[in-house]
Ligand binder design. Structure first.
Ligand code: GTP
Ligand code: MG
Length: 370
């Protein structure tokens, strides 16, 4: 709270409103009983009456939940790497993932353009890898940056016949901003017009120097169509992941990110979560932004019903009260009462922010008119 009504302040100080108004006048402030005064002014008045004033520190949700406490090193176990596939539109991100999963996701997409982040896991040499597919279309900038922030490694897909394009550069910047290592997949090398060297040359112009040219960026030439280079790409992913020593504590309440969410006619809110740490179970109480609820059912990325899911796993859950925003952090909390309370606090915060913003906006408008 950064302001208080004069009348309310008087009550708190066990003084009459006129006494407070008098003190304010002595401080050079003309105020009425219903007027809001700011924290500094209120504390001056309180001090005049002999009170000491301390500003109450807003406890963050994490503190309230005590959920972000550090894990003991002994509780940490290896977790799968989370890989985000990024790159310019139509450079073959979804096809590459398809080829890796040997399924056919591209055919199901509207117009072959990815409109959301798909999340999948694959097993390679007994190791699990979690992949996030992101859209390359320029309208989806926000989604891409979200993808970069929840990822351990970024695969930058560049079509060998097209080269570095605007969304390639954007993806590079997101990965750099998130401090995520980049592996370059030079795709479509089966095409006659493919020119991997030109791609490498263009990448140097954006600060990425490939290993064979003396830099530290791993690049792999691949074809989603023929399958060439895919094994090598997976090998590189596991190698880089190995160096990161990725760990999490599966034995705690789950925390992670909302990857995507929408309203389904029959099932209500359907949300895809990526678990960062802990284990989520059917029946858990969850809060994500302004949304809360109990996990009624959960399916994995293969569409199979599961009862629980651990670190780095993507799952789809139903049971949330409303659609959370992609990128929201979700927390499993002790019970429904707490999740509802947090969601409502969040809503209130957003409402207040909104009021402040509109107020500021009208002030600026005023300025513009002068
Ligand atoms: P967005 O999700 O819209 O950004 O596109 P994307 O990067 O996921 O590309 P997508 O996988 O949808 O592929 C785009 C087109 O390129 C499709 O027609 C694919 O068949 C084609 N394509 C993808 N990979 C290859 C490849 O290795 N070789 C050839 N010849 N064509 C490819
Ligand atoms: Mg795609």
């Amino acid at each position: 709270l950064s302001s208080i009504q004069v009348g309310v302040l008087a009550e708190k100080l066990s003084k009459s409103s006129s006494e407070v108004i008098k003190k304010l006048m002595l401080l050079g402030i003309m105020a009425t009983i219903n007027q809001e005064i700011d924290f500094d002014t209120a504390s001056m008045v309180a001090e005049e009456f002999g009170y000491a004033v301390v500003e109450a520190k807003e406890e963050s949700i994490e503190e309230k939940l005590n959920i972000d406490e550090k894990d003991e090193p002994k509780d940490l176990v290896k977790r799968p790497p989370v890989i985000t596939v990024m790159g310019h539109v139509d450079h073959g991100k979804t096809s590459l993932l398809d080829a890796i999963r040997k399924t056919k996701v591209t055919e199901r997409e509207a117009g072959g353009i990815t409109q959301h982040i798909g999340a999948y896991t694959v097993k390679v040499d007994g190791e699990t890898i979690t992949f996030l597919d992101t859209p390359g279309h320029e309208a989806f900038t926000a989604m891409r940056s979200r993808g970069a922030s929840i990822t351990d490694i970024a695969i930058l897909v560049v079509a060998a016949d097209d080269g570095v394009m605007p969304q390639t550069i954007e993806a590079i910047n997101h990965a750099k901003a998130a401090n995520v290592p980049i592996i370059v997949a030079i795709n479509k090398i089966d095409k006659p017009a493919a020119n991997p060297d030109r791609v490498k040359q263009e990448l140097t112009e954006h600060g990425l120097l490939v290993e064979e040219w003396g830099g530290d960026i791993i690049s792999v030439a691949v074809s989603a169509h023929t399958g060439e280079g895919l094994d090598q790409l997976l090998e590189m992913i596991l190698l880089v992941a190995e160096m990161q020593e990725l760990k999490a504590n599966p034995n705690r309440r789950a925390k992670g990110s909302i990857v995507e969410a929408q309203l389904d006619k029959g099932r209500g809110t359907v949300a895809t979560l990526l678990i960062e740490t802990g284990t989520i179970h059917v029946g858990d109480s969850v809060v994500a932004g302004v949304s809360h609820g109990k996990v009624r059912a959960m399916v994995d990325d293969k569409g199979k019903r599961v009862k629980e899911a651990g670190p780095s796993m993507p799952v789809e859950i139903i049971g949330l009260s409303e659609v959370p925003s992609a990128g929201d952090t979700f927390y499993v909390v002790e019970d429904d009462k707490i999740s509802r309370q947090i969601a409502e606090t969040k809503k209130e915060e957003i409402r207040e922010q909104h009021i402040h913003q509109t107020q500021r906006l009208s002030l600026e408008d005023l300025f513009n008119q002068i």
